[in-house]
Design a protein around this ligand. Structure first.
Ligand code: NAG
Ligand code: NAG
Ligand code: NAG
Ligand code: NAG
Length: 170
C-alpha cells in the first residue's frame, strides 16, 4: 500500500525584516530612546575585558560608532570599538586585553580585601580594580541636542592574577 504525502511548505516572510533604524538592527519601538547606563554590558574575562554597547540609542542620539572611544582617546583608532551588526540589537564592541590594559588609559587601583587566596584559604588578598569609561568627543563632531554620552565600567581581579598576565607600566 502506497501513501502519498503532500508536504506543503509554507514560506512566510520573516516579520522582523522591518526592525531596522538607519540600516542597523534596531527596533525603533524598543531602542529609539535616549542612552542609559544599562546600555553597556561588561564581561570580565580571563584574557580580555569585553564591553558591548547597544548601538541603537547611540544612533538615535545622532552619534556614530566612530564617536565612541575609551577614556577620551578619540584620536587613537585602536581605542575605538567595532560594530557588530550580526546581533539584535546592533552593538559596538570594545575589547581590552589584560596584557595591555593601560594602553587606552584604563586605570588600575589596588586595594586589600578579605577573600580566598590562591590556596582557597580566606586571608587578606590584594585586588586590582580596572576601570574606565567610553564617551563621545568634547566638543562634539556633530550638532547634538544631547550632552555627550558616557558609559562607565569596572572589573576586579586578584592582583596576583593581573601581575602574571599584564605588562604593567613600571
Ligand atoms: C545590518 O544587518 C541587517 C540585517 O541583517 C541588514 O539588513 C543591514 O543592511 C545591516 N546594516 C549594515 C550597515 O551593514
Ligand atoms: C589553609 O587552611 C587550613 C586550615 O586552617 C590549613 O591547615 C592550611 O595549612 C592552610 N593552607 C595554606 C596554604 O595556608
Ligand atoms: C572599581 O572602581 C570603580 C571606579 O572607581 C568603582 O565604581 C567600583 O565600585 C570599584 N569596584 C570595586 C569592587 O572596588
Ligand atoms: C602567577 O604565576 C606564578 C609563577 O608562575 C604561579 O606560581 C602562580 O600560581 C600564578 N598565580 C595566578 C593567580 O595565576
Amino acid at each position: 500500500m502506497e501513501h502519498t504525502f503532500l508536504i506543503l511548505l509554507l514560506f512566510s516572510k520573516a516579520l522582523s525584516v522591518g526592525a531596522q533604524f538607519n540600516g542597523y538592527n534596531c527596533d525603533a519601538n524598543f531602542h529609539s530612546r535616549f542612552p542609559a547606563e544599562r546600555d553597556i554590558s561588561v564581561y570580565c574575562g580571563v584574557q580580555t575585558i569585553t564591553l558591548k554597547i547597544n548601538f541603537c540609542p547611540v544612533l538615535f542620539s545622532g552619534y556614530t560608532d566612530t564617536d565612541l572611544a575609551l577614556n577620551g582617546r578619540h584620536g587613537d583608532s585602536h581605542c575605538r570599538g567595532f560594530i557588530n551588526n550580526n546581533t539584535f540589537p546592533t552593538v559596538v564592541i570594545f575589547s581590552i586585553s589584560l596584557a595591555t590594559l593601560e594602553s587606552c588609559g584604563n586605570s588600575l587601583v589596588v586595594s586589600t580585601a578579605q577573600g580566598p587566596n590562591a590556596y582557597g584559604n580566606l586571608s587578606l588578598v590584594q585586588i586590582g580594580n580596572i576601570s574606565g569609561y567610553i564617551d563621545t568627543p568634547d566638543p562634539p563632531t556633530i550638532i547634538s541636542y544631547l550632552p555627550g554620552l558616557l558609559y562607565k565600567f569596572s572589573c576586579s581581579y586578584p592582583l596576583e592574577y593581573l601581575v602574571n598576565n599584564t605588562q604593567l607600566a613600571s
